[in-house]
Design a protein around this ligand. Structure first.
Ligand code: CDP
Ligand code: MG
Length: 713
């Protein structure tokens, strides 16, 4: 086993996170704000809220870097159609700016202040923080909406946090987003596919709604290119009233942070196992360094869970000194209770170790972090238009990400960042910037949404970063084969429009919409709900045998989809008991979520006039409905394969069944998968066994038997 010591990080290099600001000398006095806050204080006392708590929050928010810029921000938003705010993570952009806007009256007259985030977890945590700061119940004045969860109260909600994907969906009902007075597109530097789509769409809306104000905010945006993108020329008809309209030229505001110096350390030799290296480095930092929390950047739930287990085992075996370590995972999909622990201040004598995905890079700020360990990797979406395979891949991060990660160590005092890669690698091999997700994604969902919004010329759409023509052609092909687009590349009626209306992967939507042909919509809606949550299993590495036995209790020979039906039935029969979940290694929260999502899907299908039909125990019908949506993901087991190697029918790509699947090691001859994850290999998740003849039945335009040998091609 490879061991690291602090000596492995000899070269230290200083990185400061200070920024220069052109508005430095223009910080304006804040009197009106303070007055308003005092009024708040009076209300609060009336409502009998703990005053000490309120004063503590006031104290914190007034010390945030963005506070000095409050009036400058409000001034720019008043006068400019678009304001670009750049400020380092933790400066208060997400939590404070929406509040400033509300205090300045942007939510008056029933209007909404919207703030989008690329990540669902960030939407939830930022919204609850803002509700707490204002002292209101989450879901009233301050609310949030993410897919399948709406915590807003129309008529009462003034500040609404939402994912960029949800805002794009809202455009289908309200194309000009008339409810909103200001929309803040937060974390724009992440360049997620939805953020890029949203930016293009908002630019279009601005031409029709010059009164709409946009704030584009981010930690490290290329402010100039974003400013050029939003520099819209007004139509002549608008010029007459131009004096009443905001300046179309975007304003750029740079918030000067108060980040402390961060010492950067590199390993001398490349590490072969970053997980083990991270674990060793955590233990050494705890032993050698003064108090301060540790933030470790890993890639996803799998390796975070593994590292949590490794660290907890080490703690058990080592002396008392190590019992002060508090090991906490952080990834999206984490239960609410565990999320709260992350934000609770560390008690004296303890040291928090947060093992996180790149969600802690910019979306969430953790106080108290002094040491950052950077594995140099993150899980990224990757798409190959030739093989038409989109998967999540563990890939090297960019220099920009590495700098962001390091900056997390300098929030409260000077900190240290331990990079688990060499300096030479950082300097010579790391890419300066990441590639926008738009250019490494399957575009199927994106095209459906744009088409539903009436944007037919997708290639001519004003993208912040254009997608590749190959990816575009691939997506159009798939949409055509699924019957979502017609010969003129228009959405079909009703299928195409119905798919656009469903907040699901189009393959799952087609599966639901086809289920009635097989008389099994009742079962398929349950399956669709399971496919919409991350995982219903509680992974228990320490008790693998018991865990496998629990899984076997529900396992169906047909595959994961039918297994979901068994779990669902068992959960209902138990009276939705948490005790039953605990016994069976199932996540109670996730199963409750499945029930909730299923109810929402039932409502949507009812709206389309589709009846709820059950096929009872006819699992062939269920499998055929699954194929109707996912036929393009069919695979065949290689005849002489010893290690369970499959090949995709369409592109002969090597794939394997994921160990989490009930068909792992069962290896039926023909399967269909729902999604792929890639680490060392491409792994199929949620797999079902099929008959090859069902493929030609389901998609005769896509598959045919090669004669004389009955091999599909
Ligand atoms: O958006 P930005 O990164 O500029 O900062 P923010 O998310 O608005 O965070 C501002 C401050 O609020 C930080 O000091 C956070 O620690 C704090 N905060 C918190 O305590 N709890 C949250 N759930 C969110 C933010
Ligand atoms: Mg933020």
């Amino acid at each position: 086993m490879e061991k690291l010591s602090l000596k492995d990080f000899p070269d230290s290099q200083k990185l400061t996170t200070k920024r220069s600001s052109f508005l430095e000398s223009k910080a304006l006095p804040n009197r009106p704000f303070v007055q308003q806050r005092n009024q708040y204080a009076v209300c609060m006392i009336k409502e009998d809220r703990c005053i000490a708590e309120f004063v503590a929050i006031m104290d914190v928010v007034e010390r945030l870097p963005v506070y000095k810029y409050r009036r400058a921000i409000l001034y720019l938003v008043e006068r400019h159609a678009t304001t670009i705010v750049v400020g380092e993570t933790g400066s208060g952009k997400s939590t404070q700016i929406p509040q400033y806007l509300k205090e300045a009256g942007w939510a008056e007259g029933g209007r909404l202040i919207g703030c989008t985030q690329p990540r669902r977890l960030a939407v939830q945590t930022v919204a609850s923080r803002v509700a707490e700061e204002i002292g209101v119940r989450l879901g009233d004045e301050v609310g949030y909406t993410i897919r399948f969860e709406d915590q807003t109260n129309p008529g009462t909600t003034m500040i609404k946090f939402l994912t960029d994907g949800v805002l794009i969906r809202e455009m289908m009902e309200d194309p000009l987003l008339t409810k909103y007075s200001v929309i803040m597109v937060d974390e724009a530097h992440e360049r997620s596919i939805s953020t890029d789509m949203l930016l293009g769409l908002l630019k279009k809306i601005q031409r029709r709604r010059p009164d709409l104000r946009l704030i584009i905010s981010s930690a490290t945006i290329e402010a100039r290119s974003m400013s050029t993108f939003f520099n819209i020329r007004r139509k002549n008809s608008m010029v007459e009233s131009a004096d009443r309209l905001p300046n179309p030229e975007p304003a750029i505001l740079s918030v000067e942070g108060k980040g402390y110096t961060v010492e950067i350390h590199y390993v001398e030799e490349p590490v072969s196992d970053y997980l083990q290296a991270a674990v060793n480095t955590v233990l050494i930092v705890h032993e050698k360094e003064p108090p301060g929390d540790i933030l470790v950047f890993l890639t996803g739930q799998d390796d975070i869970d593994a590292a949590v287990k490794m660290l907890n085992e080490e703690i058990q075996h080592r002396g008392r000194h190590y019992l002060g370590l508090l090991i906490l995972p952080l990834y999206s999909g984490l239960p609410r209770g565990d999320q709260d622990l992350i934000f609770t201040p560390t008690s004296k004598g303890k040291r928090k170790v947060v093992l996180s995905t790149n969600i802690a890079e910019t979306s969430l700020t953790l106080e108290g972090v002094v040491y950052v360990l950077d594995s140099g990797f993150s899980k990224q979406k990757c798409y190959n238009p030739i093989s038409d395979i989109e998967s999540l891949v563990v890939a090297p991060i960019s220099k920009a990400s590495a700098r962001q990660r390091a900056g997390r160590a300098g929030r409260v005092r000077p900190g240290k960042c331990f990079r688990l890669y060499t300096e030479e690698y950082y300097l010579k091999e790391m890419q300066p910037e990441g590639i926008p997700e738009m250019q490494r994604s399957n575009l199927v969902s994106c095209i459906i949404q744009l088409k539903a919004l009436g944007i037919d010329n997708i290639l001519g759409f004003d993208w912040p970063a254009s997608p590749s023509p190959e990816a575009m052609i691939r997506a159009l092909e798939v949409l055509y084969s699924l019957g979502i687009l017609d010969d003129d590349a228009k959405l079909t009626v009703p299928l195409g429009f119905q798919v656009a209306e469903m907040p699901l992967d189009p393959m799952i939507s087609i599966m639901i919409l086809s289920a009635n042909n097989f008389g099994c919509s009742d079962e398929i809606l349950t399956i669709a709900a399971f496919l919409s949550v991350q995982s219903v299993w509680v992974s228990m590495r320490g008790v693998k045998k018991e865990f496998d036995e629990a899984k076997l209790r529900f396992a169906a020979a047909e595959g994961d989809h039918v297994t979901f039906l068994n779990i669902y039935k068992g959960f209902h029969q138990s009276g939705k008991s948490s005790q039953w979940c605990y016994k069976n290694f199932l996540n109670h929260q996730a199963l409750k979520k499945v029930i909730d999502i299923r109810e929402q899907l039932v409502r949507i299908t009812k709206r389309f006039g589709l009846p709820l039909t059950s096929c009872d125990r006819d699992m062939e019908a269920v499998r055929k409905a699954v194929i109707a949506g996912a036929f393009a993901n069919a695979c065949h087991l290689e005849e002489y394969s010893q290690n369970g190697m499959y090949k995709t029918i369409r592109t002969s790509q090597e794939v394997y069944i994921h160990p989490s699947s009930v068909l792992f090691r069962v290896n039926p001859k023909w399967v269909i998968y729902q999604s792929l994850v890639s680490t060392d290999k491409h792994y199929m998740r949620n797999v079902i066994a099929i008959e090859p003849s069902w493929l030609t039945e389901a998609a005769p335009h896509f598959y045919q038997f090669r004669t004389p040998n009955p091999v599909l091609h």
